[in-house]
Ligand binder design. Sequence first.
Ligand SMILES: Nc1nc2c(ncn2[C@@H]2O[C@H](COP(=O)(O)OP(=O)(O)OP(=O)(O)O)[C@@H](O)[C@H]2O)c(=O)[nH]1
Length: 356
Amino acid sequence: MSDENYGEEYESSFLGNLGYGGENQNEGQASSQIENKPKIFLMGLKRSGKSSIQKVVFHKMLPNETLFLESTSKVVKNDISNSSFVQFQIWDFPGQLDFFDPAFDYEYILNNCGAIVFVIDAQDDITEALVKLHQTIVKVHQINQNIHFEVFIHKADGLSDDHKIDRQRDIQQKATDELADANIHIHPSFYVTSIYDHSIFEAFSKVIQKLIPQLPTLENLLDVFISRSRIEKAFLVDVVSKIYVATDNSPVDMQTYELCSDMIDVVIDVSCIYGLREEEEGLGYDQQSHSVIKLNNGMVLYLREVNKYLALVCLLRESNFDKHGLIDYNFICFKKAIEEVFSRRTAQSKKKPIKK
Ligand SMILES: Nc1nc2c(ncn2[C@@H]2O[C@H](COP(=O)(O)OP(=O)(O)OP(=O)(O)O)[C@@H](O)[C@H]2O)c(=O)[nH]1
């Protein structure tokens, strides 16, 4: 496959801030670091919804607008660097492309791949998709055994609740049985997704979390923070994509995540409209960004800025909010700890020699 089959859409506005390119680095160094970022490949049959997922999650496209997306004809590389912890590339492979064509140097590109998201259209016949999924896992596994396989059972909005569960069970069972028959001991993760609700953000959050080496540290910090502050649930959210890079160890309930994610929208919208001066441009999100919203069900939403890219959003009982001075104090300690995790990571990445 030649280079003209690659499209590139670098969303690099945040790269400089993170030491990934920008004024202080020479171009060779920057592109080498971009190349070294973990890659997530979006694969699946034609029209299964790959480009729509990418556009909705990372480019703020409205779900309805994806109806007009044209079929992808070449591999589109997207650099996602909008959070200090979320730094990777997404490669969108056209459904019509034969990834394992001998003319295509797939061994080389699989070397730096962190995860393959295989999208299956749950509203369509799944036979062909399952065959392709199986072939993909078998071949990829021969080349790189560290790749995570993530299967999105997608377009679930068109199915009834019962049908959704049946479809998931059916796909999961067939895919894992076939792998067991082929003596391949891989356990892909399955997610039921749709771009019309928060399920796609939740699924992508989980995919990305597996690529964050600091995840256990972040989770521990969140656990300590919520238990000392009498908080029910806390998410560390990437403000731009609204993917949560970590949460505490209690189970995630979709409605709570949706609420926390909507709160970010409210804060950013109000700041953009009323918080910025006339000549100012930007997200309206800075060190002073914080907000408390009391809900009519006796719960409180609490948002604080952690750094330029991350916000901490928590849900707690109103009765536990009486000691909000304690929560504010604990938050300062939490923020310091996060800064330390981040500064160590930056120091480590600066030490790494640049491969040529
Ligand atoms: N109902 C529903 N439709 C969706 C969803 N996601 C994507 N679609 C629709 O599916 C169609 C195909 O989406 P694309 O994103 O272009 O599919 P693709 O996999 O990138 O297709 P190729 O580029 O041909 O490989 C579009 O009309 C989308 O609006 C979803 O969650 N629910």
